[in-house]
Design a protein around this ligand. Structure first.
Ligand SMILES: Cc1ncc(COP(=O)(O)O)c(C=O)c1O
Length: 278
Protein backbone atom coordinates (compact mmCIF):
# COMPACT_ATOMS: atom_id res chain seq x y z
CA UNK A 1 0.00 0.00 0.00
CA UNK A 2 2.78 2.45 0.90
CA UNK A 3 4.19 2.06 -2.64
CA UNK A 4 0.99 3.60 -4.04
CA UNK A 5 1.63 6.76 -2.04
CA UNK A 6 5.29 6.83 -3.05
CA UNK A 7 4.35 6.36 -6.72
CA UNK A 8 1.30 8.61 -6.98
CA UNK A 9 1.49 11.36 -4.41
CA UNK A 10 3.35 14.65 -4.65
CA UNK A 11 6.18 15.41 -2.25
CA UNK A 12 3.89 17.82 -0.42
CA UNK A 13 3.24 15.76 2.65
CA UNK A 14 4.52 15.95 6.16
CA UNK A 15 3.45 13.63 8.98
CA UNK A 16 3.51 10.46 6.90
CA UNK A 17 7.27 10.91 6.50
CA UNK A 18 7.65 10.36 10.25
CA UNK A 19 5.05 7.58 10.40
CA UNK A 20 5.60 5.45 7.27
CA UNK A 21 2.84 2.98 8.11
CA UNK A 22 -0.78 2.77 7.03
CA UNK A 23 -3.26 3.23 9.87
CA UNK A 24 -6.42 1.22 9.47
CA UNK A 25 -8.37 1.61 12.72
CA UNK A 26 -8.76 4.26 15.40
CA UNK A 27 -10.52 3.85 18.70
CA UNK A 28 -10.27 6.30 21.58
CA UNK A 29 -6.51 6.93 21.94
CA UNK A 30 -5.40 3.79 20.09
CA UNK A 31 -4.41 3.56 16.44
CA UNK A 32 -3.84 0.23 14.69
CA UNK A 33 -1.71 -0.14 11.57
CA UNK A 34 -2.06 -2.58 8.70
CA UNK A 35 0.22 -5.11 10.40
CA UNK A 36 -1.88 -5.03 13.55
CA UNK A 37 0.61 -2.95 15.57
CA UNK A 38 -1.05 -0.65 18.08
CA UNK A 39 0.02 2.88 18.96
CA UNK A 40 -1.09 5.34 21.61
CA UNK A 41 -2.02 8.46 19.66
CA UNK A 42 -0.68 11.43 21.58
CA UNK A 43 -1.07 13.55 18.46
CA UNK A 44 -4.89 13.39 18.39
CA UNK A 45 -5.29 14.96 14.97
CA UNK A 46 -3.23 17.99 16.05
CA UNK A 47 -5.90 18.83 18.61
CA UNK A 48 -8.90 18.09 16.40
CA UNK A 49 -9.70 14.74 18.05
CA UNK A 50 -9.91 15.85 21.66
CA UNK A 51 -12.54 13.22 22.36
CA UNK A 52 -10.47 10.45 20.77
CA UNK A 53 -10.98 8.45 17.60
CA UNK A 54 -14.57 7.40 16.88
CA UNK A 55 -16.05 8.38 20.22
CA UNK A 56 -19.27 6.31 20.51
CA UNK A 57 -21.50 9.34 21.18
CA UNK A 58 -20.12 11.31 18.24
CA UNK A 59 -20.26 8.26 15.96
CA UNK A 60 -23.87 7.58 16.89
CA UNK A 61 -24.88 11.21 16.26
CA UNK A 62 -23.11 11.32 12.87
CA UNK A 63 -24.65 8.03 11.73
CA UNK A 64 -28.11 9.18 12.81
CA UNK A 65 -27.65 12.51 11.01
CA UNK A 66 -26.75 10.76 7.76
CA UNK A 67 -29.42 8.09 8.15
CA UNK A 68 -32.12 10.76 8.40
CA UNK A 69 -31.03 12.51 5.16
CA UNK A 70 -30.17 15.73 6.98
CA UNK A 71 -28.43 18.56 5.16
CA UNK A 72 -24.77 17.85 4.42
CA UNK A 73 -23.74 20.99 2.56
CA UNK A 74 -25.47 24.33 2.85
CA UNK A 75 -22.69 26.96 2.87
CA UNK A 76 -23.84 29.42 5.53
CA UNK A 77 -27.55 28.93 4.92
CA UNK A 78 -29.73 28.28 7.94
CA UNK A 79 -30.21 24.68 9.00
CA UNK A 80 -31.50 23.13 12.24
CA UNK A 81 -28.02 21.66 12.83
CA UNK A 82 -26.36 25.09 12.76
CA UNK A 83 -29.09 26.51 14.98
CA UNK A 84 -28.51 23.71 17.47
CA UNK A 85 -24.74 24.26 17.44
CA UNK A 86 -25.11 28.00 18.11
CA UNK A 87 -27.67 27.45 20.87
CA UNK A 88 -25.39 24.89 22.52
CA UNK A 89 -22.33 27.16 22.36
CA UNK A 90 -24.41 29.93 23.91
CA UNK A 91 -25.89 27.77 26.67
CA UNK A 92 -22.84 25.65 27.55
CA UNK A 93 -19.84 27.87 26.87
CA UNK A 94 -20.83 31.51 26.90
CA UNK A 95 -23.80 32.17 29.21
CA UNK A 96 -22.34 30.42 32.29
CA UNK A 97 -19.24 32.61 31.96
CA UNK A 98 -21.11 35.85 31.23
CA UNK A 99 -19.44 36.16 27.81
CA UNK A 100 -21.07 37.93 24.88
CA UNK A 101 -19.16 36.56 21.90
CA UNK A 102 -20.73 35.98 18.54
CA UNK A 103 -19.77 33.06 16.34
CA UNK A 104 -18.39 33.13 12.83
CA UNK A 105 -18.07 29.80 11.08
CA UNK A 106 -15.08 30.06 8.78
CA UNK A 107 -13.74 27.59 6.24
CA UNK A 108 -12.85 24.13 7.42
CA UNK A 109 -9.26 24.79 8.50
CA UNK A 110 -7.51 26.66 11.26
CA UNK A 111 -5.64 28.77 8.78
CA UNK A 112 -9.01 29.91 7.31
CA UNK A 113 -10.01 31.21 10.74
CA UNK A 114 -6.74 33.08 11.17
CA UNK A 115 -7.03 34.64 7.71
CA UNK A 116 -10.54 35.81 8.65
CA UNK A 117 -9.33 37.28 11.95
CA UNK A 118 -6.43 39.17 10.41
CA UNK A 119 -8.60 40.48 7.59
CA UNK A 120 -11.32 41.58 9.99
CA UNK A 121 -8.86 43.22 12.40
CA UNK A 122 -7.23 45.18 9.58
CA UNK A 123 -10.64 46.24 8.26
CA UNK A 124 -11.96 47.31 11.69
CA UNK A 125 -8.85 49.19 12.78
CA UNK A 126 -7.80 50.45 9.33
CA UNK A 127 -4.19 49.44 10.09
CA UNK A 128 -2.18 46.84 8.20
CA UNK A 129 0.38 45.72 10.78
CA UNK A 130 -0.22 42.83 13.20
CA UNK A 131 2.05 41.81 16.08
CA UNK A 132 2.81 38.10 16.48
CA UNK A 133 5.28 36.34 18.77
CA UNK A 134 8.43 34.30 18.44
CA UNK A 135 7.61 30.59 18.28
CA UNK A 136 4.14 31.26 16.84
CA UNK A 137 2.34 28.98 14.42
CA UNK A 138 -0.94 30.15 12.91
CA UNK A 139 -1.24 28.24 9.63
CA UNK A 140 0.18 27.78 6.17
CA UNK A 141 -1.82 30.09 3.89
CA UNK A 142 0.00 33.32 3.08
CA UNK A 143 -1.60 35.61 5.69
CA UNK A 144 -1.40 33.11 8.53
CA UNK A 145 2.10 32.05 7.48
CA UNK A 146 3.18 35.68 7.70
CA UNK A 147 2.27 35.48 11.42
CA UNK A 148 4.14 32.19 11.90
CA UNK A 149 7.76 32.30 12.95
CA UNK A 150 9.31 29.07 11.66
CA UNK A 151 11.86 30.00 8.97
CA UNK A 152 11.55 26.68 7.08
CA UNK A 153 7.78 27.09 6.61
CA UNK A 154 8.13 30.79 5.82
CA UNK A 155 10.68 30.03 3.12
CA UNK A 156 8.07 27.79 1.45
CA UNK A 157 5.87 30.82 0.74
CA UNK A 158 8.00 31.81 -2.23
CA UNK A 159 7.11 35.48 -1.75
CA UNK A 160 8.01 38.04 0.92
CA UNK A 161 5.71 37.75 3.95
CA UNK A 162 4.83 41.14 5.36
CA UNK A 163 2.59 43.29 7.51
CA UNK A 164 3.44 41.31 10.65
CA UNK A 165 6.00 42.33 13.29
CA UNK A 166 7.40 39.68 15.63
CA UNK A 167 8.10 40.35 19.27
CA UNK A 168 9.52 37.96 21.90
CA UNK A 169 7.01 35.55 23.46
CA UNK A 170 6.98 35.31 27.27
CA UNK A 171 9.73 32.66 27.27
CA UNK A 172 12.21 34.49 25.05
CA UNK A 173 13.87 36.02 28.12
CA UNK A 174 14.48 34.57 31.60
CA UNK A 175 12.00 37.12 32.96
CA UNK A 176 8.59 37.18 31.16
CA UNK A 177 8.15 40.82 32.29
CA UNK A 178 10.91 41.84 29.88
CA UNK A 179 8.80 40.76 26.90
CA UNK A 180 5.89 42.80 28.27
CA UNK A 181 8.09 45.85 28.73
CA UNK A 182 9.38 45.45 25.17
CA UNK A 183 5.81 45.17 23.83
CA UNK A 184 4.70 48.20 25.80
CA UNK A 185 7.70 50.20 24.61
CA UNK A 186 7.06 49.30 20.96
CA UNK A 187 3.46 50.46 21.22
CA UNK A 188 4.20 53.61 23.20
CA UNK A 189 7.24 54.99 21.36
CA UNK A 190 6.32 56.38 17.95
CA UNK A 191 10.00 56.06 17.06
CA UNK A 192 10.02 52.30 17.77
CA UNK A 193 10.04 51.66 14.02
CA UNK A 194 7.12 49.25 14.30
CA UNK A 195 3.84 50.49 12.87
CA UNK A 196 0.92 50.54 15.28
CA UNK A 197 -0.81 47.18 14.82
CA UNK A 198 -4.47 46.42 14.26
CA UNK A 199 -4.13 43.39 16.54
CA UNK A 200 -1.85 41.23 18.61
CA UNK A 201 -2.21 37.54 17.82
CA UNK A 202 -1.06 34.84 20.22
CA UNK A 203 -1.46 31.24 21.31
CA UNK A 204 -2.17 30.79 25.03
CA UNK A 205 -0.22 27.55 24.74
CA UNK A 206 2.18 27.32 21.83
CA UNK A 207 2.09 23.85 20.35
CA UNK A 208 4.05 23.74 17.10
CA UNK A 209 6.68 26.08 18.56
CA UNK A 210 7.32 23.71 21.48
CA UNK A 211 4.95 23.28 24.39
CA UNK A 212 5.12 26.78 25.82
CA UNK A 213 2.38 27.58 28.33
CA UNK A 214 2.08 31.33 28.75
CA UNK A 215 1.57 32.36 32.39
CA UNK A 216 -1.90 33.68 33.18
CA UNK A 217 -0.40 36.91 34.52
CA UNK A 218 1.42 37.44 31.20
CA UNK A 219 -1.75 36.84 29.15
CA UNK A 220 -3.72 39.25 31.32
CA UNK A 221 -0.99 41.86 30.99
CA UNK A 222 -1.08 41.53 27.17
CA UNK A 223 -4.86 42.03 27.28
CA UNK A 224 -4.37 45.13 29.41
CA UNK A 225 -1.74 46.50 27.00
CA UNK A 226 -4.14 45.87 24.07
CA UNK A 227 -6.90 47.81 25.82
CA UNK A 228 -4.67 50.74 26.68
CA UNK A 229 -3.33 51.02 23.13
CA UNK A 230 -6.60 50.42 21.26
CA UNK A 231 -5.30 47.17 19.74
CA UNK A 232 -7.41 44.03 19.24
CA UNK A 233 -6.34 40.75 20.86
CA UNK A 234 -6.71 37.57 18.84
CA UNK A 235 -6.30 34.30 20.74
CA UNK A 236 -5.53 31.31 18.55
CA UNK A 237 -6.54 28.25 20.58
CA UNK A 238 -6.94 26.17 17.43
CA UNK A 239 -4.66 23.40 18.63
CA UNK A 240 -5.09 23.66 22.39
CA UNK A 241 -8.72 24.75 22.84
CA UNK A 242 -11.79 22.86 24.02
CA UNK A 243 -10.25 21.02 26.94
CA UNK A 244 -7.16 19.90 25.01
CA UNK A 245 -5.00 21.77 27.50
CA UNK A 246 -7.14 21.46 30.62
CA UNK A 247 -8.02 24.86 31.97
CA UNK A 248 -5.83 26.79 29.57
CA UNK A 249 -8.71 28.16 27.53
CA UNK A 250 -9.71 31.80 27.94
CA UNK A 251 -13.16 30.44 28.58
CA UNK A 252 -11.82 28.90 31.77
CA UNK A 253 -10.52 32.17 33.08
CA UNK A 254 -6.92 31.77 32.00
CA UNK A 255 -6.98 35.08 30.22
CA UNK A 256 -9.30 37.95 30.50
CA UNK A 257 -11.57 37.81 27.50
CA UNK A 258 -9.74 38.20 24.16
CA UNK A 259 -11.38 40.30 21.49
CA UNK A 260 -11.60 37.27 19.26
CA UNK A 261 -11.06 33.70 20.21
CA UNK A 262 -10.53 30.76 17.88
CA UNK A 263 -11.05 27.21 18.89
CA UNK A 264 -11.28 23.86 17.17
CA UNK A 265 -14.43 21.85 16.95
CA UNK A 266 -13.10 18.50 18.12
CA UNK A 267 -15.80 16.50 16.41
CA UNK A 268 -15.58 18.15 13.03
CA UNK A 269 -12.13 19.65 12.93
CA UNK A 270 -13.15 23.16 11.97
CA UNK A 271 -12.30 26.33 13.75
CA UNK A 272 -14.74 28.92 14.94
CA UNK A 273 -14.35 32.57 15.48
CA UNK A 274 -16.00 34.18 18.45
CA UNK A 275 -15.75 37.92 17.97
CA UNK A 276 -16.36 39.55 21.33
CA UNK A 277 -19.11 42.16 21.37
CA UNK A 278 -17.38 44.38 23.90
C1 LIG B 1 -2.21 27.30 16.81
C2 LIG B 1 -2.56 26.90 15.42
N1 LIG B 1 -3.20 27.78 14.64
C3 LIG B 1 -3.55 27.47 13.37
C4 LIG B 1 -3.26 26.23 12.84
C5 LIG B 1 -3.65 25.92 11.42
O1 LIG B 1 -4.66 24.98 11.41
P1 LIG B 1 -4.92 24.13 10.06
O2 LIG B 1 -3.77 23.19 9.93
O3 LIG B 1 -6.24 23.45 10.33
O4 LIG B 1 -4.99 25.09 8.94
C6 LIG B 1 -2.60 25.27 13.63
C7 LIG B 1 -2.29 23.94 13.10
O5 LIG B 1 -1.53 23.17 13.64
C8 LIG B 1 -2.22 25.62 14.95
O6 LIG B 1 -1.57 24.77 15.74
Amino acid sequence: MIQTFERMESNVRSYSRNFPVSFVKGSNATLTDQEGNQYIDFFAGAGALNFGHNHPLIKEAVLEYLQEDNILHALDMFTPAREQLLSTIEAVLLKPRGLSYRVMSCGPTGTNAIEAAMKLARKVKQRSNIIAFSGAFHGMSLGALAASSDSFSRHGAGVPLGNVSFLPYYNAFDDPDLSLRYLEQVLTDDHSGIDKPAAIILETVQAEGGINVAPVSWLKAVRDICDRHDVLMIVDDIQVGVAAAGTSSPLNGRTSCPTWWYCPSPSAGWASLFPCCS
